[in-house]
Ligand binder design. Structure first.
Ligand code: FE2
Length: 210
């Protein structure tokens, strides 16, 4: 398996993808594109990611960790948008099939955002799932620290990496950013945590648009 090439999404997955956001983001100024994206995240991000946080809370907690750790604008934007694929696919905790069927939200999110953002944003989005596999493979304590939902999806997502897969992963530009993002992703599930509002990231996201 390689990770650096876009995989073709199957029609089974494509039928779940909401085209409305991309359609709205295609025209307009940079300000308008970000406004459309943020409105979509506010509206669609109210569903639950897991038992304790909504999709929007998860995104905001992840972006806050990126910002607190002095990440680049592109990595903060990647952190904020890393799970946008779940929203675009309308996957959430109330749906019983969530996490049982892998609709490859990381690939959906990355491909969806590619017309609007550079690879420094979309590659960490694409790689945040294999990054979990990489970290489980190279750091035994990492797997033990995962949430139950994350352990469950880890098995669905392919489990431990072979040496070949690990080497291939390490050849991809921005793979380190994906590993860093992954560790924030795992921490960004704190019930009731106060975070900066989505608005805080408006300028950062806007400066990353292509
Ligand atoms: Fe996540």
């Amino acid at each position: 398996m390689t990770f650096d090439k876009k995989s073709q999404l199957s029609s089974d997955i494509e039928k779940y993808i909401d085209p409305s956001l991309a359609q709205e983001m295609t025209s307009g100024t940079a300000e308008q594109k970000v406004a459309v994206l943020f409105r979509y995240m506010e509206k669609r991000g109210q569903s639950f990611y897991d038992e304790v946080v909504t999709q929007l809370e998860h995104a905001l907690q992840c972006a806050a960790l990126a910002q607190q750790n002095g990440a680049s604008a592109t990595l903060i934007t990647g952190a904020l948008l890393h799970d946008v694929g779940h929203i675009i696919l309308d996957e959430h905790n109330a749906d019983r099939a969530f996490l049982d069927t892998d609709l490859t939200h990381e690939e959906v999110g990355a491909q969806y955002m590619e017309p609007f953002f550079p690879e420094a944003v979309t590659t960490p989005i694409r790689l945040h799932v294999p990054a979990k596999r990489y970290l489980c493979t190279t750091d035994a304590s990492y797997h033990d620290g995962l949430s139950e939902a994350s352990k469950r999806s880890f098995r669905l997502q392919g489990g431990i990496m072979s040496d070949e897969e690990r080497n291939a992963f390490e050849q991809i530009p921005h793979f380190q950013d994906a590993l860093t993002l992954r560790r924030w992703d795992d921490l960004a599930k704190v019930k009731g945590l106060e975070t900066a509002a989505l608005e805080t990231y408006r300028d950062i996201v806007q400066q990353c648009l292509i």
